[in-house]
Write a protein that binds this ligand. Structure first.
Ligand SMILES: Cc1cc2nc3c(=O)[nH]c(=O)nc-3n(C[C@H](O)[C@H](O)[C@H](O)COP(=O)(O)OP(=O)(O)OC[C@H]3O[C@@H](n4cnc5c(N)ncnc54)[C@H](O)[C@@H]3O)c2cc1C
Length: 464
């Protein structure tokens, strides 16, 4: 006899879909304010791309001033207390780096959700969005032969790809203007037993390994070997000569001109961000499956190259492959407001700003081995309306699917900014429910007041 799926009906005030940096922030902050919150995640763990060992970039702006506070800083402080983060240090290339431990992130996220009383549902994917006119009535999830129907007052889409907004019929943009080319996804992996001192000695004797032939990459002389020696929280981008040599010989297994590792919290441990799956749309299940497999299968060849050719890596070994490919870019949805290249390059901080972004424009090419890196002098602001759907009355976005153009996206996609958006979405959603006011008519000055009370940074004038 064929069995029916088990049907479960649940209700909450705020449903957060996707448990990456934005979703964790949104769920915990909403629950802390007394709301009944559900966080639904397709994986067995929380953290999204942050749980692959990436270092949140640009907690500090170009001048070294904190431009992110609130929940995001709280999350890092808790990681540091548990020795799961090396804390934030200045970086001449990325403004600042905050190295973390991938497993610590997962544990910390579970802990904070539990403490705040978030109802976490794992192993569940969005299946359907049930609409009535312009209102999202409920969302159905599928998990282990269960169909779970969740009714909420407000839904916050933190899936990165905006899967809920997509199913709800919202309009979106994808990729670079004209070409639609998407930044490529990357399979992250962890190496252990790296002899960093030996590696640094090699780099010191071969400065060309830190010199860029690609003029599109922003170069900073202070990003030198002394920087890596003096700052444990660092992201290494280099080995240009080694990669160029292998490219010329036809033995480079990856589509990149440089090697990137993020320092781990344990001695000899680094997280490698050097696989690049070009011509991939991670919302296409065929592309996604291919990228997961082919990306993972590039790892042995890259590790062989490092072991044989790069001093310090002779005895390294792969201790983990990230459980999910890291997706840089897919859909960006239509909001009441849209963050643009002009805003980012001119440091526009509008009066309805709910968080700041101090990072640079950082666009990995999706169809070759290039990288577009452009400095921005001043932070820019993300307006509340960029988190509010222009089409569905009770739907918000936080994280990489918010309303922006492809260039501004190159900056605002960083983890601290995504967490700050999640925090702001939670405050905005809570206020809208408390006051029975539609999101579109939310009192943004009151949202900003509450965010300030919760130590969010909304203007650099407040920062010494
Ligand atoms: C390879 C790579 C390197 C990067 N390097 C850096 C860096 O060094 N520093 C930095 O600050 N930023 C970096 N970024 C950017 C940053 O990691 C992301 O932009 C950020 O994690 C986005 O956060 P998010 O919460 O919006 O989405 P994600 O981190 O993508 O999280 C989305 C979550 O939603 C879940 N989800 C997705 N679809 C569904 C569904 N249908 N149903 C249920 N759950 C779902 C996912 O499993 C995931 O947990 C990098 C990104 C990548 C991919």
């Amino acid at each position: 006899m064929i069995r029916e799926r088990k049907r479960i009906a649940l209700e909450c005030d705020i449903a957060v879909i996707g448990g990456g940096p934005a979703g964790i922030a949104a769920a915990v902050c909403a629950a802390r304010s007394g709301k009944k919150v559900m966080l639904v995640e397709q994986n067995a763990y929380l953290g999204g791309a942050l749980a692959t060992g990436l270092s949140p970039l640009s907690f500090l702006d170009k001048k070294g001033r904190p431009c992110i506070g609130g929940f995001a800083q709280d999350f890092i402080d808790r990681l540091v207390e548990n020795n799961w983060s090396l804390g934030t240090e200045i970086c001449p290339k990325h403004n600042s780096a905050t190295c973390i431990n991938s497993e610590g992130v997962k544990l910390q996220a579970f802990r904070m959700c539990k403490e705040a009383g978030v109802h976490v549902l794992l192993h569940c994917q969005v299946l359907n969005a049930e609409m009535e006119n312009d209102t999202l009535k409920s969302v159905t999830f599928l998990g282990k032969c269960n169909e779970i129907n969740v009714r909420a007052g407000i839904y916050i889409d933190c899936t990165g790809d905006g899967d809920l907004a997509y199913l709800a019929g919202c309009s979106y943009e994808k990729g670079q203007p004209g070409s639609g080319v998407l930044q490529p996804p990357t399979v992250m992996f962890t190496l252990e037993n790296v002899d960093q001192e030996r590696f640094f000695d090699y780099i010191a004797k071969h400065p060309g390994e830190l010199r860029y032939n690609d003029t599109r990459i922003y170069e900073n002389p202070a990003y030198d070997i002394e920087h890596f020696r003096q700052h444990r929280s660092h992201v290494f981008v280099g080995l240009q000569e080694t990669f160029a040599r292998h490219k010329a010989a036809g033995t480079l297994p990856v589509e990149r001109t440089s090697f990137i590792y993020i320092n781990g919290t344990n001695p000899g441990e680094v997280y490698v961000n050097s696989i690049r799956m070009i011509n991939t749309d991670a919302t296409d299940i065929m592309d996604l499956s291919r990228a997961e497999m082919e990306g993972a299968l590039q790892i042995p060849a890259l590790v062989k190259l490092l072991k044989e050719d790069v001093p310090g890596f002779e005895n390294c070994f792969v201790s983990a492959i990230a459980p999910s490919i890291g997706v840089r870019e897919t859909r960006r949805f239509r909001g009441l407001r849209r963050v643009t290249e002009t805003d980012a390059l001119n440091g526009i901080v509008p009066p309805d700003t709910i968080c700041l972004c101090g990072y640079k424009i950082d666009i990995h090419s999706g169809n070759d081995n290039g990288l577009f890196f452009r400095d921005i002098e001043d932070v820019f602001g993300i307006p509340f309306g960029a988190l509010v759907s222009a089409e569905v009355s009770n739907l918000m976005f936080a994280g990489r699917c918010i309303s922006s153009d492809a260039v501004a996206f190159g900056a605002l996609r960083v983890i601290p900014c995504c967490m700050a958006m999640g925090h702001a979405a939670a405050v905005g959603a809570g206020l809208s429910l408390d006051r029975h006011v539609p999101l579109r008519e939310a009192d943004v000055s009151e949202i900003r007041r509450r965010l300030s009370e919760e130590h969010a940074v909304l203007s650099m004038r407040e920062t010494k």
